[in-house]
Unconditional design. Structure first.
Lengths: 346, 346
DNA sequence: TTGTAGGCGTTATCAT
DNA sequence: ATGATAACGCCTACAA
């Protein structure tokens, strides 16, 4: 019977494990072990194999090894928005950990509520492609756990009852901002939160608002409403524009935005309306975005990159069987800059 | 001989193509064809297969198909810095195209010059993992082409003699900025460029500087030097700080930054030094970063996301055998905002 | 139009 | 400590 060659070997194909084995005069099994630093390989042989591999410029085909081993060496990141500063910092943090460990990161957006539901039910999109998943702002619900058969998941931004989750203390975040504004004499504050749709499901939004409430309760502070900033710059701009173009009497003296990006939009609105930021109006953001310092934005700093690193570490842990059902909380702090100051007196 | 079962099927494993075949009472081959919308499959059978697949919650194991077909359905992105706004927009654009086409994006940083050299010689890191690669700011050199055996590559930010590259007209970018400043009466301009190391290899930096030169030549304009802003916010801040804290006589009236992020740093420096932006000092950036509008930064807008989309389209094209050896240039424009204005008269 | 069966390159089991 | 070899799950050339 003739050997069945698929495509005529057009060019110099890549070396396979068999080529290395032949050159090093050992079996494929030994090559495989040597390449992966397994014990029980005679140093001399190991050296011979590595040298042969180098000579042939050999690297194991990831697909073949994935198929054979059943491990993908890949972690999936699922987020609602990929282009935000928050998510890009997160990915950077995740990569910090994944790459040295020889793992890949597979990113996937999840824009529609429908797809969000899909994730809760089972990560079809990542099926058999990842060993673990990191979910950010998907709002799966306290009691959630990955459906049986699905890879383990780490959840960022929501506290799971039993589990693999981490985040910051959002109540504290809201509280710190509120405390700061109250201390500066502000008595009329407007919140620029997420979209109204998100708000319903998002613990993040709820908790930050709750923290603010705690800080102001009993201080005679009025919250002039919670407007929709969609967590975008434009959203923050429009929201602020609407609020701040009111008559000074009905205007807040301070605006607390649930993200720095919305705060940037608010700053723009202030500028266009000729309001002095930090004097006529105080603006406080959330995140400590990389340009927050440059624009002098007072904000609640959260360690986003670190959050990513921790998540990745736990993902790796989960893969190797460590199931630490703990909610991990990372520290935040208020960073005072020029965008906030004493309430303007009239 | 006993059947050699690897791991005892601990849980309800995932359905395989064989399961679907059995349930639909067809061969594996037919399942494979039906699932991939191949022609020459009786509609009735196709329907039966799809239904069985749905019922078993079956999705093809990507690794197995990759191994069998030799295609990874993955495109690699190699960049020097992953956390910049530019690269994150680029990835977003790439994903716009890749995802609908059922392809994955694999991202890889390339921080050190040594690793950069590795890429020029052969993309070891992506070997057998991607069907095509997109290289951004790697500066491979005009005559470069992927080494034989390596997947096709699309280069962003550098014009290859023969091929697969795209970018903007950097000379024009520098020119537009220069023209704008000259028109506003500026006669002393400082450039905040990249790091001195990068500058030597980077056509981007060279061309933008050249464009500026062209715009100012013969207009009695003095370039007060090209300082290193490292393409970061902090870098821009420090560079600007140093320049602008000089005696007014030796100070430029305008600063042209080769990225918006450096311009943000420059704006911060101005604020801290009490210099009126747009009056005492004009600042022009490059990119049209998403917060540029919010801070009123005059800048050269480049369509970064579109650049990513085009690159991805060409990557997909290259995979399917289309080799269009053309350098594609995307349009840019000056966006005038409040950070620039007439030169301050003394 | 459908089925059969070999092979993709690696890992892991078993035997030595 | 090393070697032989059966999976892993899919794709595809070829036969029918």
């Amino acid at each position: 019977m003739t050997r069945q060659t698929r495509t005529p070997p057009s060019g110099p194909q890549h070396a396979t494990i068999a080529d290395v084995a032949k050159l090093a005069k050992v079996s494929k099994a030994t090559v495989s072990r040597a390449m992966r630093d397994f014990p029980h390989v005679r140093p001399e042989l190991r050296e011979r194999v590595l040298q042969a591999a180098r000579q042939l410029n050999y690297v194991a085909d990831p697909n073949a090894s994935r198929l054979a081993s059943g491990k993908t060496r890949t972690v999936g990141l699922i987020a609602t928005q990929l282009t935000t500063w928050y998510v890009s910092q997160l990915s950077a943090g995740i990569e910090d950990v994944l790459h040295p460990a020889g793992n890949d990161l597979l990113v996937s957006a999840l824009s529609t509520p429908k797809r969000r539901q899909e994730v809760r039910d089972g990560q079809t999109q990542f099926r058999q492609r990842v060993d673990a998943a990191i979910l950010v702002d998907v709002f799966v619900g306290k009691g959630w756990a990955p459906p049986p058969g699905d890879p383990p998941a780490i959840v960022i931004g929501e506290r799971l009852n039993s589990g693999q989750s981490l985040g910051i203390d959002d109540v504290l975040g809201g509280f710190l901002a509120g405390q700061h504004l109250v201390a500066h004499g502000h008595r009329k504050i407007t919140l620029i939160a997420g979209s109204s749709v998100t708000a319903r499901f998002s613990p993040v939004v709820r908790y930050r608002a709750e923290g603010l409430q705690r800080a102001i309760s009993g201080k005679g502070v009025e919250i002039l409403g919670e407007v929709d900033g969609a967590f975008t710059i434009e959203g923050g701009y429009h929201a602020a524009m609407e609020i701040l173009s009111r008559h000074p009497r009905q205007r807040p003296t301070a605006v607390f935005c649930f993200s720095d990006e919305m705060a940037f939009g608010a700053l723009q609105a202030c500028r266009e309306l000729g309001l002095g930021v930090g004097s006529d109006i105080s603006v406080v953001g959330f995140d400590d975005h990389s340009v927050a310092e440059a624009v002098g934005l007072t904000t609640i700093r959260q360690p986003v990159r670190l959050l990513g690193q921790r998540a990745a570490e736990r993902a790796l842990g989960a893969i190797s069987g460590t199931t630490d059902h703990v909610h991990q909380v990372l520290p935040i702090e208020l960073v005072e800059r020029s965008s906030s100051g004493p309430a303007h007196r009239r």
